[in-house]
Design a binder for this molecule. Sequence first.
Ligand code: SIN
Length: 284
Amino acid sequence: MLVNDRISISPVTGSLGAVIEGVDLAKDSDAATTKLIRNALLEHGVIFFHDQKMTPAEHVEAGRRFGTLNIHQYVRPLEDYPEIIVIAKDEDDTKNFGGIWHSDTTFLEEPALGSILYCLECPDHGGDTMFANQYDAYERLSPGMKRMLDGMVAIHTPRRSYTTEAVQSKNLTNKAMKFFEDTVADQETEHPVVRMHPETGRKCLYVNEDFTSRFKDMTVEESAPLLNYLAHHSTRPEFVCRFRWKPGSVAFWDNRAVQHYAINDYNGQRRVMHRVTINGDRPR
Ligand code: SIN
């Protein structure tokens, strides 16, 4: 769909995702284009751009148009650019980063609003990323399940992915990723299981396999059956789109309403991405 004489936005599935053409993220910093991108993000959950050329400084600047940027507690940044994390897998690595359904940094009290991922190197095929619409996931639950979840609170923690033990076991096999050492990653944060999106006012499911450990006032064992059901339900194929990368592609997703999953099907090949993460507010 042509939005103006230069820019078009084409949805990629019936649930979420759209490709934007006619925008140069490094240069088009005017208020009208920024508003158009923000509206497209809110409408489609994740937006994609191809053929971009951004220096690290331009990537940071593009991110800042949408909010302040997160400095990651656990992943080492690109040298001289504390706001950029490098998501990389080398030819001899077998594990990848982000190969589990999640939304970014939900272990923080004020988790990420969005992430802008820029592809520098990727295999000819493989290494796609999937995204899942959590508005649709919520809306497709039964009235009884919605009523129950509406009042529930979940505990989020970085323990599973970012304790020194987890990081060291990743470093053994995924040498391309650089983490801080000796990090204590055992804090727990409470968030509503169903959050109200602060900009669209719509409700969405807000639990994920990576960082949600249990429901408040329940044990891990008691929480597991319902969390497993929600993990399965929230990533049903009809809520998912899949993005195929090329060098110069960018994906910009709304972490408040979308989960993502990096597919690890390209052993023997290299993939290098830069990500900036935009700070969000406290889920309500
Ligand atoms: C992530 O941000 O979780 C990684 C996504 C990707 O590498 O495709």
